[in-house]
Design a protein around this ligand. Sequence first.
Ligand code: NAD
Length: 467
Amino acid sequence: MIEQDVAAARAVYKSGRTRPTEWRKTQLRAMQRMLVEHRDDFAAALAEDLGKHPTESWLTELGFLTAEIAHTLKHLGGWVEARETSVPVALQPAQARVLLEPLGVVLVIAPWNYPIQLLLAPAIGALAAGNTVVAKPSELAPASSAALARWVPDYLPEAVTIVEGGIPETTTLLEQKFDHICYTGNGRVGRIVMAAAARHLTPVTLELGGKSPVFVDDSVDLRIAAKRIAWGKFMNAGQTCVAPDYVLGSRDVLDRLAVELPRAIRDLYGSDPQRSPEYGRMINAGAFDRVTGLLAADRAAGAAVVAGGRSDAADRYIAPTVVRATAESALMQEEIFGPVLPLVQVDSAAAAVLFINERDKPLSLYVFSHNHHVRQMFTHQTSSGALAFGVPVAHMLVPGLPFGGVGESGMGGYHAKYSIQAFSHRKAVLDKPLAPDTMAVIYPPFNAVKNQLIKRVVVPAGRVRHR
Ligand code: NAD
């Protein structure tokens, strides 16, 4: 069945139908219609899987996608236009251009935390670039997976094939030959995907996770900083790849945040977040146990909880929690991926940079500082998928910015025009008329005149500065 699905996707690609820009736009418009006409069905699935509020589902998944489609439809013509490039004098007359051509069939493997967005956003780029798509939703978000399997075939019958399932199905998929694989999830599976891709020499985009740090100093309004950090952290109950994972700051800044963060949490979710329709749930019992286990270990070791701390297994609920921690805390040994925010003391911005550079390169880094020197230091002395000043997570909403990680947080980026680049081949095209035959100078047999011309004009050495 999976083999047939992939063969069908390949047959559509090979038919040549996907090449014209009009076909691509038709698919994007169909996806847009699906998202609008079944907005309530998708929102209900997201509520069932993750307790997402419909407005948050629109902001971070469905509307996010329709905005990406609208932006792509508007700019696609310009993005896929062939780019002329100049030809060296020695080769003239001739024309050279870079042509973007589709790759073929793209496999998208999506995770459970933004189960609709992270499956369809890569698909938008792949379709816009003229490919067909085989997409596997996460089995850990079963309602969202079922909604995609129910509606996508109606709207995108030949463009996107949904393959539902878990590890066995993904393993079978990975045995097939694809022309690109876009995987979003954890680094352990990322390695499995990359190894499988290597067997077919298939290029990969790996969108992975990690611990995204926040640095805060006392040059900023800590009340607003706390509000923004709490918003980015506790959205989707902390199960966001670009969520702030932990906060670094001086003792004084952390003391003040220990007051402001609980206040911000109350502003966002009221005094009992378990009763707030805006506050999400852990995806499953395993995720609940993992995060409460980390918190319990640190509490047992004496970590002070300054907000939240309560949980309810039957409801997969973990309160928005803030805890004083150290580099040795259990919470600091792995990506938290839940609503617990450790505050870790550092002596200075330079110490924070050192702390970050001693660890894996994160997907995002957030800095709250008005100090020019501090901002420069974070910009030029750290490496991360993204760097944002003054607000976490929101860089995802800027269509002109690529989205992707570096090192352990992944490879390759996408979104909007970067998706076109990710899912296209840049074909070099040279067109040289046969007459006049200006190539004579580089044909053997060589002589002294040709030798001089080749050295001076055709491929000059350039000016070398001898020491
Ligand atoms: P997940 O468990 O849903 O896994 C993702 C996909 O991998 C699923 O479709 C699943 O079926 C497949 N899979 C799981 N085990 C497999 C195996 N052994 N072989 C083949 N396929 C397998 O999601 P997850 O990994 O728990 O997602 C959370 C992680 O993803 C976090 O680390 C998070 O930071 C990261 N993430 C990154 C981004 C990003 O865009 N960079 C976005 C969201 C999540």
